[in-house]
Design a binder for this molecule. Structure first.
Ligand SMILES: Cc1cc2nc3c(=O)[nH]c(=O)nc-3n(C[C@H](O)[C@H](O)[C@H](O)COP(=O)(O)OP(=O)(O)OC[C@H]3O[C@@H](n4cnc5c(N)ncnc54)[C@H](O)[C@@H]3O)c2cc1C
Length: 382
């Protein structure tokens, strides 16, 4: 029986599903991808895009081409509302779409909170394309001495700070780079990893303010929780990410932060024809960090279970691994690697990240726009 599989979002967890679109179609099913853009950027290479390690074409997947080359349909659109009992999706363009099976991989974004992302100088680090645009903005303004503020001390904030230093210093300019974090830098990392990362930034003059929150940003002044102020030209917001609000808005069972509640089969806890993976879900069996590693590892189980949902075979269970490897791109050709009790910094760590990332890109870029650009760096996770 022909059925309609709708993939919502062309994120990391959907990449293997897109590669398998022709298998679904050969079996008589229809496959549609709804994505707001024809390209999806690989977040692991995002800081490297800012720092100029990678060109846009090297760090993105042509998800439109991936699905249409295999006989599927691409809709450049965004799902705004889900009417699950009627298996209908309502899109930003005003059209609606019915499905037999729908799979969501719509990721997360930086909540605006005290920020105003309509203002060009306040830059959320997601979507990753923002980092490319920010690089252009900085290059246009150099050699003007810039005050660059990074808000958030997690892995993304650390990588952004290091790569901002790279953009500026490679163009012979100077900048005041300040990283402000309400907690500690890399609060979940081992002390050694924290020191390696902090030393790397501080040796290059990046100022670090721990335990301080941003109360608000005026046009060029940040108000801090310790009553001080900081002048800035550009502020990069890398504080927290939250899942898309679309599930909660659609009254689907979702967690407090809005993530779609799924069971161990990555299937909605109440609607068996709805699946989800990556940053947009809340994995009911145990809370998971919002890192691409999970999106990538869930992708194969998701693919299996979408097949199973279409042909009635048995589902697989997603079993999160106990740990994962984190490698930070520090922006100076070095990295900081952490895996369990193992940690080290230096060029070897960056080279390993670069190798893993390139391999990941090669696997999914295939015949997409990677070919038109010659060289291809890439990144794979975990
Ligand atoms: C700067 C930075 C660096 C990072 N580096 C790493 C790293 O090295 N390793 C790691 O493991 N994690 C990293 N992360 C975390 C990582 O970004 C996320 O965990 C990862 O992107 C999650 O992948 P995803 O596919 O679930 O979502 P996303 O990457 O957010 O992709 C979601 C996709 O869905 C689309 N979409 C969104 N809304 C809709 C809608 N309503 N309808 C249709 N489509 C929609 C979006 O356009 C996007 O293409 C980093 C994060 C940042 C910000």
């Amino acid at each position: 029986m022909s059925r309609h599989l709708v993939l919502v979002g062309g994120g990391h967890a959907h990449l293997p599903v897109l590669l398998a679109a022709d298998d679904f179609i050969k079996q008589g099913h229809r496959v549609t991808l709804v994505s707001p853009a024809p390209h999806h950027y690989y977040s692991g290479m995002g800081p490297g895009l800012l720092g100029g390690f990678y060109k846009a074409q090297q760090a993105r997947f042509d998800v439109r081409r991936m699905v249409t080359q295999r006989g599927g349909i691409f809709l450049e659109d965004r799902v705004e509302w889900i009417e699950a009992p009627k298996r209908t999706l309502f899109l930003a363009s005003g059209r609606s779409l019915t499905y037999d099976i729908a799979s969501f991989n719509i990721g997360s974004s930086v909540p605006s909170g005290p920020f105003d992302f309509e203002r060009p100088e306040q830059i959320p680090v997601k979507p990753i394309e923002n980092l490319l645009a920010a690089r252009r903005l900085i290059l246009e303004r150099l050699p003007e001495p810039l005050n660059l503020l990074v808000i958030g001390g997690g892995p993304a904030g650390v990588e952004i700070a290091g790569n901002l230093h790279r953009v500026v210093s490679q163009h012979g300019a100077g900048a005041e780079i300040t990283l402000v974090t309400g907690r500690r830098v890399l609060p979940d990392a081992h002390e050694r990893v924290r020191s390696l990362a902090m030393e790397s930034l501080q040796e290059r003059g990046v100022r670090i303010r721990e335990g301080v929150r941003i109360e608000g940003l005026d046009q060029s002044v940040a108000r801090l929780s310790d009553s001080k102020t900081l002048s800035f030209d550009l502020a990069f917001v890398a504080a927290v990410v939250t899942p898309s609000p679309v599930f909660a808005d659609s009254h689907l069972p979702s967690a407090a932060d809005g993530g779609l509640r799924v069971n161990a089969h990555l299937q909605s806890v109440t609607f068996p024809d709805l699946f989800g993976a990556g940053d947009c879900i809340h994995f009911d069996p145990q809370p998971l960090a919002r890192v691409g590693v999970h999106a990538v590892r869930q992708s194969e189980v998701l693919l299996h279970n979408l097949r199973a949902a279409l042909d009635g075979s048995a589902f697989e269970v997603y079993r999160p691994a106990r740990g994962y490897m984190l490698i930070l791109n520090m922006g100076d050709g070095t990295g900081v690697l952490a895996k369990g009790a193992l940690s080290f910094g230096g060029k070897r760590a960056f080279d390993l990240k670069d190798y893993i990332d390139r391999r990941f890109m090669r696997r999914f870029q295939g015949s997409s726009d990677h070919e038109h650009t010659g060289s291809g760096k890439a990144s794979e996770r975990g």
